[in-house]
Design a protein around this ligand. Structure first.
Ligand SMILES: [Fe+2]
Ligand SMILES: [Fe+2]
Length: 143
């Protein structure tokens, strides 16, 4: 699905989403607490930048909401999820450190990491749906 026209209104966010999906696959491939710790530690600043890009004035949330005010409830829910996702990532780092230091079994940690990546993947899929919709609106109905 190549879509390289420079006029694509939310190309930056779409590109972020592609990059994030690759990171999530890398995180899901890990089972060592030390590796999980490192991957999520690297993920957090990437997520913070990405969420800021979506939330900033004139960014995708405000543009989509301006185009289609019916989406305001969904956008509010997505904003709230940003806070929850960062909180979860921070707590997973702490648990990964503890699991590693105390040499605890990592099964529960790995399972919760997968719940987190599933949540994040669903979050981004909902946004992609919103953006596809918005793109059609901007195109004037998507013939
Ligand atoms: Fe988001
Ligand atoms: Fe996103």
């Amino acid at each position: 699905m190549e879509q390289r026209d420079s006029g694509a209104p939310f190309q930056d966010v779409m590109d972020d989403h592609r990059g994030l999906l690759e990171r999530l696959a890398a995180i899901e491939a890990e089972s060592e607490p030390e590796r999980i710790h490192e991957e999520i530690r690297l993920l957090i600043p990437v997520l913070e930048m990405h969420f800021e890009r979506e939330e900033r004035p004139g960014g995708m949330f405000t543009r989509v909401e301006t185009q289609d005010p019916r989406q305001s409830g969904e956008i509010r829910a997505l904003r709230d999820e940003h806070v929850a996702l960062i909180d979860t990532a921070v707590s997973l780092i702490e648990r990964a450190a503890l699991t590693s230091q105390q040499r605890l079994p990592s099964h529960d940690l790995v399972s919760d990491v997968h719940k987190f990546t599933t949540h994040l993947r669903r979050h981004e899929a909902r946004e992609n749906a919103l953006l596809t919709d918005a793109h059609y609106h901007e195109e004037g109905g998507g013939d």
